[in-house]
Design a protein around this ligand. Structure first.
Ligand SMILES: [Zn+2]
Length: 257
């Protein structure tokens, strides 16, 4: 069957079928409805013809879909619905300034964003809002909760080197990586090795965006590893912020903890 015959047959079949009800968007399950794609009808791929052959390629909505799946798997989905720029209500100048920098970062050239602060200071809120804004612009993003991911990677180094390599490759090469709670817990030699391998790779690829939140500030990170602190500082120049403690609210009714 030639490609033209194949297409003609598909059209005949389509014409003979009753009009389908609009299928639910596969993205509904992620709870983020503003990503219906009229280009591919939410299949995620485009079929096209070239030199009398049929090919398929990813639709331009695919990076966004992959990011949302990552968010879904990571458990960040619920936060992503609450932690938007609109829901971040600054209570003082420093919180307002952090919000302003975060919004500017989204619009700025590729760079890193680093925010330190106590638990509950709003740093995860700001970073999550940045991630969502980038995803909505089509970026492919992976969310990495530092302690969980590094524990898995250390286990894989011993038991499953293939997994280690595959996952590290993903984390190194993804367009946007959000590392949440960087340096939390005991920072062992293995943690240091993994952190350096990952951040040094991304440092050497200036187009990569890395968003880092941490309870540690720069002086703490320098104590862990000077080379890592220097790479973060260089790439996040202008976007290293400290989240003010316990002084912003997530909505008008109260503060988060
Ligand atoms: Zn699409």
């Amino acid at each position: 069957m030639t490609p033209d015959e194949f297409i003609a047959r598909l059209k005949e079949r389509a014409a003979a079928m009753p009009p389908p009800e609009k299928p639910p968007s596969p993205l509904k399950e992620y709870g983020l409805d503003n990503v219906d794609c009229p280009i591919c009808g939410n299949t995620g791929y485009i079929i096209y013809k070239k030199d009398d052959c049929m090919y398929s390629r990813d639709c331009e909505c695919m990076p966004k879909r992959r990011s949302l799946r990552e968010l879904n798997r990571s458990g960040l989905k619920d936060l992503a619905q609450r932690y938007t720029f609109e829901n971040y209500i600054p209570d003082n100048d420093r919180a307002a300034s952090l919000l302003e920098y975060a919004k500017k970062y989204v619009e700025d050239d590729p760079a890193w964003f680093f925010v330190s602060g106590q638990p509950g200071s709003g740093k995860s809120h700001i970073c999550t809002a940045i991630c969502l804004a980038l995803i909505n612009r089509g970026a492919h993003l992976i969310y990495m909760l530092w302690r969980d991911e590094v524990t898995r990677l250390k286990g894989a180094l011993v038991d499953n080197p293939d997994y280690y390599q595959k996952r590290m490759d993903q984390l190194k090469k993804v367009q946007v990586l959000y590392i949440d709670d960087f340096g939390k817990g005991k920072f062992t030699d293995s943690d240091q090795k993994i952190a350096f391998e990952l951040l040094n790779y991304r440092y050497n690829n200036p187009a990569s965006r890395t968003i880092i939140s941490s309870e540690l500030d720069f002086s703490d990170i320098k104590k862990l590893d000077v080379a890592i602190a220097r790479r973060i500082y260089e790439r996040a120049e202008g976007y290293c912020r400290r989240s003010p403690a316990k002084n912003y609210s997530i909505d008008k009714t109260g503060k988060i903890d």
